[in-house]
Design a protein around this ligand. Sequence first.
Ligand SMILES: [Zn+2]
Length: 111
Amino acid sequence: MNKFVYCDKCGHNFDISLSEIHKGDIIVQYLECPACKAKYHVCTTDTEMRRLIKKRLTILDKIAESREKVVPAGTSQKLQNELKKILTLQKKLNSRLKKCGEEILNSPDMT
Ligand SMILES: [Zn+2]
């Protein structure tokens, strides 16, 4: 099933397929309108953010696992706390990375 979006600037419908720019350890994911080349920022990550994403997935796995077997009573609470901590860190990082990603997207020297 294909997902389509339409371009805010020219109204053209296009496929959601992400493009990426790598700059140092930063990866910017974005959508580009094939008709007018407008760029839409989707997500920007750096090493730290990617580490947090991985960690979060590991914890989510552990949470799923802990529901299926007998674990020490405090485990679930501990995992939830850790998850909350990661989400807070990601939120903080994200606002900075988003700004950075948009700057990279809008910079004229982008190829
Ligand atoms: Zn467009």
